[in-house]
Design a protein around this ligand. Structure first.
Ligand SMILES: Nc1ncnc2c1ncn2[C@@H]1O[C@H](COP(=O)(O)OP(=O)(O)O)[C@@H](O)[C@H]1O
Ligand SMILES: [Mg+2]
Length: 285
C-alpha cells in the first residue's frame, strides 16, 4: 500500500529547544496508523510539525508531494485535517457554526449540505444539538464535534491528537468505533496519537512508539500488542516470572492489571529510551 504521508528526519523545535530528533514514519493510504508515547514524548509536536505549525527541519511528503515549508492553510487545502489536542472547538459558537468553520478552506461550496448530513449521520447526537452552544456539550460530544469539524474539510488524511483524553471508557470506545467506520467508508487515512496504547493498538493497523522525540519501535499494531516490552511498559501486563515476584509486593497474584494510560517504567527507558536507543522494527505483515 502506498504511503499517503511520509516524514523523514523530521525535527522540530520550540525556541532553541529541539524536541523531535529526526523522526521517520509513514501513514499508509486508507489505513489507521498510531503513534504511541508517554506524556511529553513529542506526539503533539509531531502533528504540529506535519501541519507546519512549529519550526521544523526534514521532509514531509503528502501523496508524494513535499509539504514542508508550505503554509498550514495550504496543507489543509491539500487534504489534511487536524483535530488538535484539547479539541479546539469554539465554545461560544453553535455546533453548526463550528462545523461551518471546518469547511472554511474549501473552495467548493457545493456539497456542503450533503456534508452536514453525512457528519450528522456519523454523530447523531450532534444533529440533535446543532443549534446548541458548543461549550454546553459534554466532553465526549465536544470531541465528536472536533472530529466532525475536521471531516467538513473533506480530508484525505485525518490527524487526531489524543481523542481519548479525559473521557470515560465507554465514550472513548464509541468515538473510536466511529473513527474506524469513517476510515472504512470514506477511505480517510488516519494518524492517531495516543497515550492510551491499549485502545489505540486495537484500532490501528500500524504503530510507532515514540520516546523523547525519537521513534524507538514500529510495526503492525497486532505484533506490537504482543510484544513483551510493550505489554510490560505500555499495557500494564506482566510476564509470569515478573508476576511471581511482584505478587509479593504490590500486585495481586495471578491477575493481569491493565492500565489505561502509558507510563513508561525504568526498564522501558533502559531498553529503548534516551540517546542512542536502538531502533527496533517488527516484520511487516
Ligand atoms: N509550546 C511549547 N513550548 C515549549 N516547549 C513545548 C511546547 N509544547 C511542547 N513542548 C515540549 O516539547 C516536548 C514534547 O511535547 P509534546 O509534543 O506536547 O508531547 P506529547 O504530546 O507526547 O505529550 C515536551 O518536552 C514539552 O514540554
Ligand atoms: Mg500531546
Amino acid at each position: 500500500m502506498p504511503a499517503i504521508l511520509e516524514a523523514s528526519d523530521l525535527e522540530a523545535q520550540y525556541g532553541w529547544t529541539k524536541v523531535l530528533h529526526g523522526l521517520s514514519f509513514a501513514v499508509e493510504a486508507g489505513r489507521i496508523t498510531t503513534m504511541l508515547g508517554a506524556n511529553g514524548a513529542g506526539k503533539t509536536t509531531t502533528l504540529r510539525a506535519v501541519c507546519q505549525m512549529v519550526k521544523t527541519a526534514g521532509q514531509v511528503r503528502f501523496d508524494g508531494q513535499r509539504i514542508d515549508g508550505k503554509s498550514t492553510e495550504d496543507i489543509v487545502r491539500l487534504g489534511i485535517a487536524h483535530t488538535p489536542e484539547g479539541r479546539g472547538t469554539f465554545v461560544d459558537l453553535s455546533v453548526e457554526e463550528n462545523l461551518r468553520l471546518g469547511a472554511y478552506a474549501r473552495r467548493d461550496r457545493a456539497g456542503l449540505a450533503d456534508d452536514y448530513e453525512k457528519v450528522y449521520q456519523y454523530f447523531p447526537v450532534l444533529a440533535q444539538r446543532r443549534r446548541q452552544q458548543a461549550g454546553t456539550l459534554s466532553g465526549g460530544e465536544q470531541q465528536m464535534l472536533a472530529v466532525a469539524r475536521a471531516l467538513m474539510s473533506r480530508p484525505r488524511l485525518l490527524l487526531l491528537d489524543e481523542p481519548s483524553l479525559g473521557l470515560a471508557p465507554l465514550v472513548v470506545r464509541e468515538i473510536f468505533r466511529i473513527v474506524r467506520t469513517i476510515n472504512e467508508h470514506e477511505r480517510v487515512s488516519v494518524l492517531l496519537v495516543e497515550q492510551n496504547a491499549a485502545i489505540a493498538l486495537d484500532l490501528a493497523h500500524h504503530a510507532y512508539l515514540l520516546e523523547t522525540g525519537r521513534v524507538v519501535m514500529s510495526g503492525p499494531a497486532a505484533e506490537m500488542k504482543k510484544d513483551d516490552a510493550i505489554r510490560r511498559s505500555y499495557l500494564g501486563y506482566f510476564s509470569m516470572d515478573e508476576r511471581e515476584t511482584r505478587s509479593h509486593t504490590q500486585r495481586s497474584p495471578g491477575r493481569e492489571t491493565p492500565t489505561s494510560a502509558i507510563s513508561p517504567s525504568a526498564s522501558s527507558r533502559e531498553r529503548w529510551g534516551g540517546v542512542g536507543a536502538e531502533r527496533r522494527s517488527l516484520p511487516p505483515t
